[in-house]
Write a protein that binds this ligand. Structure first.
Ligand SMILES: [Zn+2]
Length: 611
């Protein structure tokens, strides 16, 4: 009996010991020490035949690992399997020799893998951008590096840096991703945040971009009225019984015009062999054609998208044999926003639906945006390549508070669930200085890569990383305050100075929160500059509404939260807006889309108002 029990307990112990040994062996296999005590423990390898983007990815990894660990990493080129203790960057013969089961040559252009096996880390993807994305994703998820803006990053110090087993195979959720905010145009920042829109300065070594020919509103460029209206008035809209080219579109049912447009499009494509998308889209006005032929189509389709789509499909079908890799893009914008009843976009047609009329204080799924939600569902049903042009700023006052912070995440998710494949997020694109611009750009870029991320968590992470933990709290309260104050208001992208969330006592509370944030950041000059710069939007409202707010303050028997002199507040404001600032930052030049400069704005406040 005793011997039997002893035998069994020894057997259990032995198998337990074997299991532990196996686990530690497999962990040793799966774990990779990258640096120890500030010394490199791996060698980096590019592959023979690496593209400029893949070579850049390797350099990016080498430089970032040095900042992270303090170690110098050797970067070599190889054509055969390197020994254990290596990081292979990019696809190629060495990667294939080490990981023969991974068909890297079949990866899509933005698809990538991060894999630790056999003492080696593979960071590789399809051409042109996959490998860059593998490295960026690795640095963000494994090293916790953050690039908040071109002038602000968080790079932890990790002289001992090891990674556990990882096996991640990903690609961005949207096929086209354009964070159209000024700071997001910085090439390295855009590459690190998976942008592929042409507005960012994405050179070939940064992975390049999806090139458009004629980005938007192209009718007048395709068929210039100054050249053709005199001889072909019938190509232009019939409005109130007159052919016109003023605030007008084209007569899209005209067969001769359609063939002319096909020839123009072909000529444009020959001029721009890089272009993958060509825009055939309405001018930025109304003025659709009301001739009997156009009207009959639009009436039958229940939308002016009827004539538009018939025209665009015609062009797309004609160019397809000669330009099989090019798509024709058009807008579903203002008068064409509603989907047609029976017409269907061809597979090489992209429809860009525009959210310009929406209320951005609340998500697009809110009942206040029901008509847009219906339109997106209708388009999603018929359009295999649906893109969205979304609006994330206030064009009348880029710098004025625009409390859409908590709609950004739900909206990007809303687009993803409605089968949207491309996203253009238009923000304050002409200079720095848009309200919470860096936060909005970073959160949008993160969500365009993966819309399932928790946007509230991303916002908190940004606030703590960019402004420092102590200042993050009052700034988070500011975001809540403004978002609450904007509830019930239709927050479109052209708010005035009299928006209800810009009145006493909201402004007073907002001002105090920014003052608290400045106080909290006062011992860290980097954080303090960022807080002061982000405080400008609230001060912009104070300056604009000084006298009215004074009266509101007196009526409320409140305490004035600012210095008494408007002139001194104004000159302090200008000093922050126009520099000096950190490396990578550029001074504010545009306070709105029409080009109001900080200097012109501040000149209004050269004198203090009389009592
Ligand atoms: Zn017509």
């Amino acid at each position: 009996m005793f011997a039997y029990e002893y035998f069994w307990s020894m057997r259990t112990l032995l198998s337990l010991a074997l299991a532990v040994l196996w686990l530690s062996l497999s962990n040793a296999e799966a774990r990779l020490v990258i640096a120890a005590n500030g010394k490199a423990r791996v060698v980096l390898y590019t592959q023979k035949g690496a593209s400029p983007a893949e070579f850049r990815a390797a350099k990016e990894l080498q430089a970032s690992l040095k900042l992270l660990t303090g170690a110098e990493f050797t970067l070599l080129e190889t054509a055969s399997a390197p020994p254990k203790g290596s990081i292979l960057i990019g696809p190629g013969p060495a990667a294939q020799a080490c990981f023969p089961d991974i068909a890297l040559d079949r990866f899509g252009d933005e698809e990538f893998i991060m894999l630790v096996r056999g003492g080696r880390l593979l960071l590789a993807g399809g051409k042109p951008r996959g490998t860059l994305y593998a490295v960026s994703r690795f640095l963000q998820t494994q090293a916790q590096i953050r690039w908040w803006s071109p002038w602000a990053s968080t790079i932890p110090k990790r002289p001992d840096f090891a990674i556990r087993s990882i096996s991640i195979h990903e690609k961005p959720v949207f096929e086209s991703r354009d964070t159209f905010w000024f700071s997001a145009f910085d090439g390295p920042w855009a590459m690190r945040h998976f942008a592929n829109g042409q507005s960012a300065r994405l050179t070939e070594e940064l992975g390049g971009a999806i090139r458009y020919k004629g980005f938007v509103h192209t009718f007048n460029y395709l068929v210039p009225p100054e050249k053709y209206f005199a001889t072909h008035p019938e190509w232009y809209s019939l409005i109130n019984g007159q052919r016109t080219c003023t605030n007008a579109q084209l007569c899209l049912s005209n067969p001769q015009l359609r063939d002319f447009a096909v020839e123009q499009v072909k000529a444009w494509l020959k001029e721009s062999p890089d272009a993958r998308i060509l825009s055939v889209s309405q001018n930025d006005c109304h003025g659709f054609c009301t001739c009997p032929e156009c009207k009959a189509i639009d009436d039958a389709e229940g939308s002016h998208a009827g004539t538009m789509l018939q025209f665009v499909n015609y062009v797309a079908a004609k160019i397809a044999p000669e330009f099989p890799r090019v798509a024709i893009d058009t807008l579903a914008y203002q008068y064409t926003r509603k989907a047609p009843k029976t017409m269907r976009p061809l597979p090489n047609v992209i429809v860009r639906l525009c959210s310009i009329e929406c209320n951005f204080a609340l998500p697009l799924s809110d009942p206040s945006n029901a008509s847009f939600a219906q339109d997106i569902k209708d388009w999603a049903r018929i359009c295999p390549r649906l893109y969205v042009w979304d609006y994330t700023t206030d064009f009348s006052h880029y710098i004025q508070p625009h409390p859409n912070y908590f709609s950004l995440g739900p909206n990007v998710r809303f687009f993803a669930t409605n089968s949207v494949r491309g996203l253009f997020e238009q923000g304050a694109y002409q200079s720095t200085g848009g309200e919470m611009a860096e936060l909005k750009a970073w959160v949008l870029a993160q969500l365009m890569f993966n819309p399932k991320q928790d946007d509230r968590k991303l916002i908190r992470e940004f606030l703590e990383g960019y402004y420092g933990v102590p200042a993050a709290k009052p700034i988070a309260e500011y975001l809540e305050l403004m978002a609450q104050a904007a509830r019930g208001y239709n927050l479109h992208c052209f708010s005035g100075l009299d928006a209800p969330f810009l009145k006493w006592p909201t402004l007073c509370e907002a001002e105090k929160l920014w003052q608290r944030a400045e106080e909290a950041a006062k011992n860290n000059p980097e954080y303090l500059w960022r807080v002061k710069f982000s405080h400008l939007p609230v001060r912009y409202v104070w300056l604009n509404r000084w006298t009215a707010l004074r009266e509101e303050c007196e009526k409320a028997k409140g305490t004035w939260p600012l210095p008494a002199s408007r002139k001194s507040v104004a000159s302090e404001w200008l000093a922050v807006a126009t520099g000096p600032g950190p490396a990578g930052w550029s001074k504010v030049t545009h306070l709105n889309e029409s080009g109001l400069t900080p200097e012109t704005f501040i000149a209004r406040f050269a004198q203090d108002p009389g009592k």
